[in-house]
Design a protein around this ligand. Sequence first.
Ligand code: SF4
Length: 493
Amino acid sequence: MKEACGVFGVYAPGQGVAQLTFDGIYALQHRGQESAGMAVSDGEALTVVKDMGLVTTVFDERTLACLPGDLAMGHTRYSTTGASEWRNAQPVYRSVGGSGFALGHNGNLTNTAALAAEAGMLPGVIASDSDLVAELLARRFPAPADGSPPAEGALEKALMAVLPVLEGAFSFVLLDATHVMGVRDAHGFRPLCLGRLGPADQPDGWVLASETPALDIVGATFVRELEPGELVIIDDSGVRSAQAIAVERVDPHLCIFEFVYFARPDSRLYGREVHAARRRMGEKLAAQAPVDADLVMGVPESGVPAAEGFATATGIPHGQALVKNRYIGRTFITPGQGAREDGVRRKLNPLRENIDGKRIVVVDDTIVRGTTQRAVAKMLREAGAREVHLRISCPPVMWPCFYGIDIPRRDELIAAHSSIAELEEYLGVDSLAYLSLENLVAAIGAPGAGFCSACLTGNYPAPVPVTLAATASAPASASAPASAERHVSPAPA
Ligand code: SF4
């Protein structure tokens, strides 16, 4: 499972916004490693710099020094729609009259084809969701005939017209010459928060970011998460908020995998620290599926906090049994199980003295194809483990995601077509247990908060495209269009 982008925006006159944006997107690097970019405004014109690669590959001191300005936005990308190539790197820029705007997107629209068709765009013209949204916004600007900048508030007005027709998952950050803006979709699938620079009674800047560590790194104080359907506008008059999507459509469903895996452990979502939530997942897992063992280990890195929780709850020592090559980047692995297993071996290596003769509990956050867990179990046994018990800190992933996370087709999701006994045999473990959804939600500990768990349950909170649903073997309740030709009505969430 792969994240799908980090977004960042800052309004901070006189404070070196290019450097702040660099720091912000560097803190969001885990959300996308394919490309990085930023747009900076000096109050009149925007400059966009973007390229394929990591934040530190795309930007250096010399580049940042050439980007003076008072407001900026940045983006790190992992592609879910649109190829991984330069033309799809973000921010996307559109010129309008004598000015322009830039846009960065985290999420995935589910009605892209319909929007493009309705706007009369030919197939193949639109490179990505962001490209489409930028085009729809640009069409809403009356470009002044004399080439002068659009009227004050033109981008906000365009957004208020376009946002209500978008479906699916989006957290956008936008920039024009004098405004930074952020918006979340009606379900709030992807996170977006607001921070303040300077003291509360006299702020000297504002920050928008996918996750709170990006606020921390630039010295901003967390103010609040944006509400689903909310548009926040930041300019020289401060921060304003507008309801961009009708309140009747607002139905909070933050992606539950932000807590399980995607977000940084030091992020706070729904007022809860992600690392602490992951530890509680391990504690609940220990209570739900205990096992006698000599050592608890987490699959590096994301399985470790839950392993710590499991160990605390059971009293079984927590230790390291695998070392991760920390210099391994985003490994390009050709399709095929053998190649994927080689990729795991390149990444992880056993600590034999910690393993030999022991009964080991392996805690991981997810099973997708089972590649990692199978390779890990084999490695542990070859290093002398007497027993290997696998504990997973979330329920089985059974359905694909249409809201911005790259999950394989359903036929590749091993839990979708295997019993627990079959999985134990295939993975080569003595026992396997998953945390229940009820316990996962309880571990997060945000009573009343709404979550999307569609990839675990098949209950999609927002319509998904029929064509995609069909290829994904969607559940019967979502396999036939109920109320629209092009879309599947969601099953009750
Ligand atoms: S389907 Fe799964 S990965 Fe996608 S938004 Fe929902 S919970 Fe997150």
